[in-house]
Design a protein around this ligand. Structure first.
Ligand code: F6P
Length: 545
């Protein structure tokens, strides 16, 4: 196929625009079969998206013309796909099954991955067997991860998703990320300093929130043990900056590596996932990695037209760039996936929330949509009103594990039914005629009936994707996360941007330092500081004095 130009794609969008989604189904009886994609008991249905028969092939041809297949190969080969920072993005190496060599700067990184994993395994075994002891000689029973962003969201999401309510012998795990002192205070309230281990997770070991919580954790231990007892046995660090963790007081034996070629938001596959392994045990942790590796193999080898991350990326790009949707709503119908939307917010928005291309030019259209969401069925009783009857369309992704982890009567079938009903309602809506007929059946008539119609009409014609996974366990969760990582990468290639840097978060960090100095010590503010910020600081100082 001759690659379509941007104008061809715009023409295609205009040609589709006149036909409602139900019309696209009416026109093509094979639409579901054509636009749903199966892999390893997964089913990804994009037939309710605003796509014609030609849309995905056109986007695939466009993606090929942008070199998507070459970008995928470069990602896995460890080429420096993070151009602005001149780094590889080798999260896939961390879950590689087998020891095939993988060179970064001429050096095989697989042996160092295996060495770090062996150290993790020893530590996890000791912790789970009650053999790691604190300063008073008592075994560690609680592990608290101190980290933020990628050093928190991924591990926290996985631990929450795979929590096993029945495992009474498991260690207690907790995550503290916020610099708000309330976060640490609440996490520590049920814990005993003598049996608590802190995992300070920070690739840079310079992140203000994590260092502040680390210092507060030390103070908590010192308050319990007195100044003469070393808190050393209560700390492990995961970092790329061993000198800083040493200065903080963590011994080299207790410092696990986090390499430059692992992006923060992809780091759950590294030692940053230590808390996951502590909670799951080594074998289950291996399943998580193996699941992700299976999705990696699929992404690497299956043609774009049937490749799940590619298809989802094509739809995401089409919705954002060509259909101009500013929102993307993620609704997992699984309580265990409650933290998926916030995990994806960092993965997707820190990766693709950019406005310049890889070579620094302004992008020529919108990049990623804002991503938000919450679990179904809860969110049906919150923002689904807006989705069904608000003034603009927001494409929804329904993520539905088919089998329950802990079945109770027919509740799983009810859950799945709710998901399907919502996507059907978004598609079909409810017409004025249908509302009239229903009201008539209820005995409403005349002016009362007419007055009641408008508020009850649902316009429908609103797009959604449904992802069915067979069940939720460590392997499937690994697949799900890798699916979203790769889909985000596909979209970045279509947008022409670098998904692996995040310079946008730096400015606020640097401005916080002089403001903190002004709040704490009354230090003068830089001359450029605006009147609003000065006024806010003055108000806080007046209240604090
Ligand atoms: O939010 C910005 C960020 O740099 C993320 O990319 C990263 O995951 C997070 O901060 C934490 O960084 P670190 O692991 O270095 O503490």
């Amino acid at each position: 196929m001759i690659p379509p130009s941007a104008a061809d794609l715009a023409d295609h969008r205009r040609a589709l625009a006149g036909t409602p989604l139900v019309g696209l189904f009416a026109r093509d009886p094979q639409r579901f079969e054509r636009l749903s994609f199966a892999w390893d008991d997964w089913l990804v249905d994009v037939s309710k998206e605003r796509l014609g028969a030609e849309t995905l092939p056109l986007i695939a041809a466009h993606a090929r013309s942008l070199g998507l297949e070459g970008w995928i190969a470069a990602l896995f080969a460890g080429e420096k796909v993070n151009l602005s920072e001149r780094r590889s993005a080798l999260h896939t190496a961390l879950r590689q099954q087998g020891d095939a060599p993988l060179n970064v700067d001429g050096r095989d990184i697989v042996p160092q991955i295996r060495e770090a994993q062996a150290r993790m395994k020893t530590l996890v075994g000791a912790l789970r067997a009650g053999k790691r002891r604190g300063a008073t000689g008592r075994p560690i029973r609680a592990v608290v991860n101190l980290g933020i962003g990628g050093s928190d969201l991924g591990p926290r999401f996985v631990c929450d998703a795979l929590a096993s309510p029945a495992d009474a012998t498991a260690l207690h795990t907790a995550f503290v990320s916020n610099i708000d002192p309330e976060h640490l205070t609440r996490a520590l309230a049920p814990l005993d300093p003598a049996t608590t281990l802190f995992v300070v997770t920070s690739k840079t070991f310079t992140t203000q929130e994590t260092l502040a919580n680390g210092a507060a954790a030390k103070a908590w231990l010192a308050a319990a043990f007195g100044p003469r007892v070393s808190p050393g046995p209560h700390f492990v660090a995961v970092t790329g900056n061993a000198a800083a963790s040493r200065a903080f007081g963590v011994g080299d034996d207790d410092t696990l590596p986090l390499w430059e070629w692992v992006g923060g938001r992809y780091s759950l596959w590294s030692a940053a996932g230590l808390t996951i392994a502590v909670q799951l045990g080594w074998a289950e942790y291996g399943e998580l990695l193996a699941g992700a590796a299976a999705m990696d193999a699929h992404f690497r080898t299956v043609p774009l037209e049937r490749n799940l991350p590619a298809v989802l990326g094509f739809v995401g790009w089409w919705n954002a760039r060509h259909l101009g949707h500013p929102d993307r709503v993620v609704v997992p119908y699984a309580q265990a996936l409650e933290l998926l939307p916030s995990f994806l917010q960092q993965l997707v928005l820190e990766s693709n929330g950019k406005r310049v291309t890889r070579d620094g030019a302004q992008v020529d259209g919108p990049t990623t949509a804002a991503l938000w969401g919450a679990t179904g069925s809860n969110s049906q009783h919150a923002f689904f009103q807006w989705l069904h009857q608000g003034t603009r369309e927001a494409p929804v992704e329904f993520i539905v594990p088919v089998r329950a982890s802990h079945p109770r009567a027919q509740q799983q079938a009810l859950l799945v039914a709710n998901a399907f009903a919502q996507s059907q309602a978004l598609l079909e809506g409810r017409s004025a005629e249908a509302v009239r007929a229903e009201l008539s059946r209820q005995g409403v008539a005349g002016a009362d009936l007419e007055a009641a119609v408008a508020a009850r009409v649902c316009p429908g014609n609103r797009a959604s994707t449904t992802l069915l996974l067979p069940e939720l366990n460590a392997r499937r969760l690994g697949q799900l996360i890798a699916l979203y990582e790769h889909r985000t990468f596909v979209e970045s290639v279509l947008f022409g941007i670098n998904p692996f840097d995040q310079y946008g978060v730096e400015l606020g960090k640097s401005l916080a330092a002089p403001i903190a100095a002004a709040l704490i010590d009354g230090a003068p503010l830089p001359a450029m500081t605006d009147a609003s910020t000065r006024g806010l600081i003055a108000h806080v100082r007046a209240l604090s004095s």
